[in-house]
Design a protein around this ligand. Structure first.
Ligand code: 173
Length: 325
């Protein structure tokens, strides 16, 4: 080989090497950064972390996910904007925490069909369009289902009348608890314990599961039955980031998301365990007669949908139609 041919070959190899190193260890692997709007020591983050482990094990050479942390990384009510603007690639949240991005986000609590049915029926396609257009978000997976919300109290009530009571809320409960006469106060989950401890609130809204994660059982006397709605926690992604993935990466991530949703049966057993655990911790249930219970739940949905439709006359009615049974 002549000296000049040798030099040309060497230059070509160097150029190739430079191109590869500029795009990372492997040109086809990317790392997505995710945050959680829920506190790190809770059940949702535990489930998220075990999902991430599997994704990273199966996604070597394709896609990796890096968990950046909970509300200390990005505050609960700011996560939606962080995902929308691409400050982070992905977020785990409930819609109630990002109504500042789009009011429709809070409607997911009102679904009466599960996520698998929503995917089949076209309900999720409609949600996807709103999330894309208004939130610059790709809706990836619903990771919590079959978890009704409850009202937890430290003062006994004998009818669904919350007049004179101060209750901690998020947008999930605002319209319903207000309709029952409560004085409402919004806080992130991370502030509930202190609010109870200081007597700033007489109770709070939360799903059937998870109150032990931040020790709220220490400050909780009663749970009001029945529950209402279905707690929604989902993984959402910045839309530009989603579009920037290769077809192979998108397909991999979408399949992992579906797998995550496929594990939602977990929540049914978890609800039963948490009911027992609450009883064992001395939390008493407050129940109403059958007719009153029925009215209570009906009022929850009426108030919830009225709120969503008022906030989004454009999409609220269609969502109601798509989320019903
Ligand atoms: O913080 C909340 O009470 C809340 O809105 C919520 C929503 C979904 C799951 C858990 C809590």
């Amino acid at each position: 080989m002549s000296r000049s041919t040798q030099n040309t070959a060497r230059a070509a190899v160097l150029a190739l090497f430079a191109a590869f190193s500029a795009s990372g260890a492997s040109a086809q692997e990317t790392t997505l950064r995710i945050v959680s709007a829920f506190p790190e020591n809770g059940i949702y983050v535990k489930r998220l972390e075990s999902w991430i482990e599997r994704v990273n094990a199966e996604g070597k050479g394709t896609l990796q996910i890096q968990f950046l942390g909970g509300p200390r990384a990005v505050p609960t009510f700011e996560m939606g904007n962080a995902v929308k603007t691409g400050v982070v690639d992905m977020g785990m949240s409930t819609g109630a925490f990002y109504t500042n991005v789009m009011p429709e986000s809070d409607a997911l609590k009102l679904t009466k069909i599960n996520i698998a049915e929503q995917r089949k029926s076209g309900a999720l396609a409609y949600v996807q369009k709103i999330w894309n257009e208004k939130g610059n978000m790709y809706y990836l997976a619903r990771i919590c289902e079959y978890q009704p919300f409850h009202l937890y109290l430290n003062k006994r009530i004998d009818k669904p009348d919350l007049a004179g009571l101060k209750v901690r809320i998020t947008p999930v409960y605002r319209d319903f608890f207000s309709a029952l006469g409560a004085t409402v106060m919004q806080t992130a989950p991370g502030e509930v314990y202190t609010a109870l401890e200081r007597g700033v609130v007489d109770g709070y809204g939360w799903p059937i599961g998870g109150i032990f994660d931040l020790n709220w059982q220490e400050k909780t006397k009663y749970r009001v039955d029945p529950g209402f709605y279905d707690a929604e926690v989902s993984v959402v992604m910045n839309l530009n980031k989603w579009k920037s993935l290769t077809p192979k990466q998108r397909e991999f991530l979408q399949q992992q998301a579906i797998n995550f949703e496929g594990r939602n049966e977990f929540w049914k057993a978890y609800a039963q365990e948490e009911i027992k655990r609450q009883a064992a911790a001395g939390i008493q249930t407050i129940t109403f007669d059958a007719a009153t219970s029925k009215q209570y739940v009906a009022k929850a949905y009426e108030a919830g949908w009225a709120g969503v439709i008022k906030a989004s006359p454009q999409h609220g009615p269609k969502l109601k139609e798509l989320f019903g049974k």
